[in-house]
Each structure stands twice: as C-alpha cells, then as structure tokens.
Design a binder for this molecule. Structure first.
Ligand code: SG4
Ligand code: ZN
Length: 261
C-alpha cells in the first residue's frame, strides 16, 4: 500500500502507525501547548552562532514542503537554553494549510496559525544528520509561528520569490542573493529567550522521537499573498500542496517548559 515515504505522508497521519510503530509513541509531535499548563523556568541563554553573515542558500520542493539549506556546512550553530551540547543547522522548512486559519503543527491554547517554520539542527557530536537520527538527543528544532499581516514581510521575500520556479517536486533554486539567516532565525533579539520547550518527535514518518522542540512565543508576520505562494507548490502527484501539517498528538506524560528571562 505504502510505496514510499512521500505517498505515505498523503495516505494520512491516522494511518502512519500501521507502518511505523513510533508514530503512536509517547513523545510525539506536534502538541497543543496549553499556556496554563506549563512550568516556568529560567534556562541559560539560547545562542545562535554564524547567523550574522550572509550564506548562499537554495530552496527545494521535496513534494511535502519547501526546504532551505545553505551551501556551507556548519555555517550556523545552536546551543544553550535546554540544550547540553552544540547543534549544527541542517535545513529549515515550512508547514501550512489550505487557508489562513490553519497550517501550524503545534497549537497554542488550541489556536492554530496559518504557518509554522522549523529550523532543524543535529547534535555536532554525532557528525552527521543521519547519525543523529539514531539518538534521543539527536536533534533540536526551532519552531516559529506566523500570523497574517497586511504588508509582506521583506525577510521572506527572497524565499517567496523563488517558489514559482520550484512548483514541481524535486526542483530547487539558488536564492538570488546570499541570505542573512539572522533575520529569519532571530527576527527580534529581545524576544528570543521567550519560548516553550518539550521533548518530541519528527512530525512525518518515521516519527522518530529524537527532537528537543523549542517554540518561540513571539509570532512572525506574513501577508496573505506570501502564504498563498506556498500553496501553489505541487506534490508528487502534481496536486497542489495545500495541507502539510500533522494534527496534534497526546501530551502523555510530558512537561512543557516556558523559559522566561
Ligand atoms: C519535512 O517534510 C521536511 O522537509 C523533512 O526534511 C523533515 O524530515 C520532516 O518535515 C520532519 O521534520 O521538523 N517537521 S519536522 O519534524 O528532518 C527530517 C527532509 O526531508 C528528517 C530533509
Ligand atoms: Zn517540520
């Protein structure tokens, strides 16, 4: 039935665990974060290194999302906060929905947002992304939530502009200018220490429970047209990618921490 991973993704999240038992595990993502049910903590500062100079970057249509990578490996590193080690930037990608009322994976107080971006990092000690996937502390994922604004957000224009060129699955395109990841990953330095964090999983099969999630409380802005550009991307079947978020999973026995300054 499940010919490959991409097909499986579209068979629907309810069926994933038939093929991948981990998808019904007890540390699954995404979750609903109930702000009345979090533990306030003050962790050491979260640090991002290497974001202050522009990196040549390219965006690929994977058939499930648009993924951005830089040409240089180990260009950007993450440490501090809930992390005990250094994590290396691998890629970032987006989740969205059919309209401006849905699309995010994690929910806040059961509220869903039109888009969520994930910046995926792997633990440097494991040397490679694939090796890191074999360890429970292998990944750290930064999650950014978006709301609709009347004006386009200039930070995302270089990415949005190439989307029409990568409508077909498998296509990729180098951004016209090197990208300053600082604008994307640290949109407001004053708000970067305000986040929720919990242990979770990849949100696509095989749903590996290897990720420390860090969800920023601050929301970013995108215009309706910027959001709509993502919905024109096409999947393996050639259909428009209008829904690539997983529904929330049970919190089970987990505690969500809220870091405050
Ligand atoms: C998206 O499909 C990404 O394109 C995948 O990255 C990613 O898989 C998958 O989401 C799950 O990641 O942050 N949402 S998530 O939990 O990072 C991995 C690629 O296919 C393994 C490169
Ligand atoms: Zn994701």
């Amino acid at each position: 039935v499940f010919q490959n991973k991409i097909n499986l993704i579209f068979v629907g999240p309810a069926n994933w665990s038939k093929e991948y038992h981990t998808c019904s595990g007890k540390l699954q993502s995404p979750i609903n974060i109930d702000e009345h049910n979090v533990t306030n903590v003050s962790l050491s500062p979260l640090r991002l290194i290497g974001i202050d100079n522009p990196h040549q970057s390219y965006v690929t249509n994977t058939g499930h999302t648009a993924t951005l990578r830089t040409n240089e490996s180990k260009a950007v590193m993450l440490s501090g906060g809930p992390l005990e080690n250094i994590y290396v930037f691998e890629q970032l990608h987006f989740h969205w929905g059919e309209n401006d009322h849905e699309g995010s994976e994690d929910l806040i107080n059961n509220h869903s947002f039109p888009m969520e971006m994930h910046a995926v990092f792997y633990k440097e000690d494991y040397k490679s992304f694939n090796e890191a996937l074999k360890h429970s502390d292998g990944l750290a994922i930064l999650a950014y939530l978006y709301e609709v604004s009347p004006q386009p957000n200039p930070t995302y224009e270089p990415i949005v502009k190439v989307l029409p060129d990568i409508e077909t699955m498998g296509k990729g395109k180098v951004l016209q200018e090197p990208l300053l990841l600082e604008n994307v990953l640290v949109p407001d330095i004053a708000k970067i220490q305000d986040y929720f964090t919990y242990p979770g999983s990849l949100t696509t099969p095989p749903c590996l429970e290897v990720a420390r999630w860090i969800d920023f409380k601050d929301h970013q802005q995108l215009s309706h047209d910027q959001l709509a550009a993502f919905r024109d991307l096409r999947n393996q079947e050639g259909d428009k990618l209008t829904h690539n978020f997983r529904p929330v999973q049970p919190l089970e026995n987990r505690e969500v921490l809220h870091n405050i300054l």
